[in-house]
Write a new protein. Sequence first.
Length: 217
Amino acid sequence: MNPDSEDALRQSIIDSCLWMNTSGLNQGTSGNISVRCGDHMIITPSGIPYDQLHPDMLCCVPLNADPNPVARNRPSSEWRFHQALLNAKPDQSVVVHAHPAHVTAIAVQRRSIPACHYMIAAFGGDDVPLVDYALFGSSELAELVTKAMAERSGCLMANHGAITTGNSLARALWRMEELENLARVYLLAQSCGTPKILSNAEMAEVVEAFGDYGPTD
Ligand SMILES: [Zn+2]
């Protein structure tokens, strides 16, 4: 990637982080974003407020090795699952992680989101799965996330938050926003009765019809 386009990419990651916070999808510095860049990933640094980020403060981490221990800024503490997902999903170039309130409320109950709405198909199947609890930043969490997302582009993380992927920043962010909306609808529907869940056959039909539905960059 030439230096100009890598600079533009770094700025678009910062803009995406700022948008996640102003849209209410994330709070403080708890979310993080990575984008594949050749055999590396550009990832947000640990513990720096988004509104203080400059493009050169983002971290460049190899996809096949640990981060440089003497780099000026440390990558997000969640770099392991970002790296594992980008390696496991060569067709996906972006990983977004956040703690949206409604998704996290369901994850705190340790439940997945079933096919309560046809838009669940935006995540590749008939549910958005729940990943078992593991310590943030751990290799165990990276393994659990990668396994749960083998056939999916979104998941809930027990007592933690959510992850989405995409082949562009726009698509990964769209999925995170959509996931939070689905979680809100599911919780609202449960508050006034028992939600009806779409059948496997109905969802298979939607997944088939979906194709590459969603925004492009
Ligand atoms: Zn987190």
